[in-house]
Design a protein around this ligand. Structure first.
Ligand SMILES: [Mg+2]
Length: 310
């Protein structure tokens, strides 16, 4: 983020009205949104409410000291806060204590307004770097859970999600289904029309899956030409027609590769559970896989359902 980004929240804590005024004057005309606290208690309240980026705190206050405040801030779960101790204590041993407690910087009173602003500018740089890193971390975390070709969640993301859903299903007693899908004779698509054609088929299948997945369900790519869906709130009579519609929808697509028209089909294996006993996702997957193999053996372009586990 640059200087032109949204203004940073600054919390100024000082029991002296004179110093609050001096700080206010020093910050005037700068791109900060400033709030003031008269004591440590008020500071803690405002800190929790406004989650400031930068805190400038006096050391000596009648209730919570600046040092305590720093420690409390460092103990909080909020994003990193840059803390500057403002103090009349110039004893080096005390300064060391303040920095060791978690302060990022200190200034002794009386301060020079120019130096004061420069020090806050350092805080601004640190906070902006911190934000950039957090934003990139989020992107990385998302990328680590996404299949790059189809944009669907990958195996790792599905496993995490499914474990949570399974616990919910057993707590509330609703049925949960694991559906494994595998494109039929997919190797021949790659062999006959090339890998770009294969990729297009995978993307199209992902699109069909996504189109039939409700917000409470998840679909993803396990790897290769294998996909998985986890559906809840569909009863035993409803699951076969739901998946069979999906099978039909995909099989009816016509792909044009070069001058050729082609269609591709998929086989599906379903396993589910309903009850209070928590099922293992890996076990459901294994049973769905057995059903999938039965669908393949039965001639492909089919849906097979394993018996519902009690
Ligand atoms: Mg004071």
């Amino acid at each position: 983020m640059s200087q032109s980004g949204p203004s940073l929240q600054v919390l100024v804590v000082d029991d002296s009205p004179v110093y609050r005024e001096l700080v206010s004057q020093a910050l005037q005309g700068q791109d900060y949104s400033v709030t003031f606290a008269k004591n440590g208690r008020e500071a803690l309240e405002l800190f929790a409410q406004t989650a400031p980026h930068i805190v400038i705190t006096d050391w000596m206050m009648p209730d919570v000291s600046g040092l305590d405040l720093v420690q409390r801030i460092r103990g909080s779960e909020l994003a990193y806060t840059y803390v500057i101790l403002l103090t009349s204590i110039s004893d080096k041993a005390m300064v060391v204590k303040g920095l060791a407690a978690g302060a990022d910087d200190y200034l002794t009173k009386p301060f020079d307004p120019g130096e004061f602003c420069a020090r806050i500018g350092v805080g601004r740089r640190i906070i902006c770097l911190q934000r950039d890193i957090e934003a990139k971390n989020l992107l990385l975390q998302e990328a680590a859970r996404t299949d790059s070709l189809t944009g669907l969640p990958n195996r790792r993301a599905i496993e995490e999600w499914a474990e949570r859903q399974i616990r919910g299903a057993s707590r509330h007693g609703y049925p949960l289904w694991v559906i494994l899908a595998d494109l039929d004779s997919f190797k021949s698509v790659n062999d006959n029309y090339g890998h770009d054609a294969g990729d297009l088929v995978l993307q199209k299948f992902a699109e069909v899956l996504r189109g039939t997945t409700r917000a409470s369900d998840i679909c993803g790519r396990m790897g290769g030409e294998e996909f998985v869906m986890v559906l809840t709130h569909v009863d035993q009579n409803g699951i076969f027609p739901t998946v069979d519609r999906l099978r039909e929808q995909f099989a009816s697509l016509v792909f044009r590769f070069g001058g050729n028209s082609a269609s591709v089909t998929a086989s599906f294996g379903i396993a589910g559970f309903q009850g209070r006993e928590i099922a293992e996702f890996s076990q459901l997957l294994r049973r769905a896989d057995e059903a999938l193999y039965a669908a393949k053996r039965g001639g492909r372009n089919r849906v097979e359902v394993a018996v519902l586990q009690p």
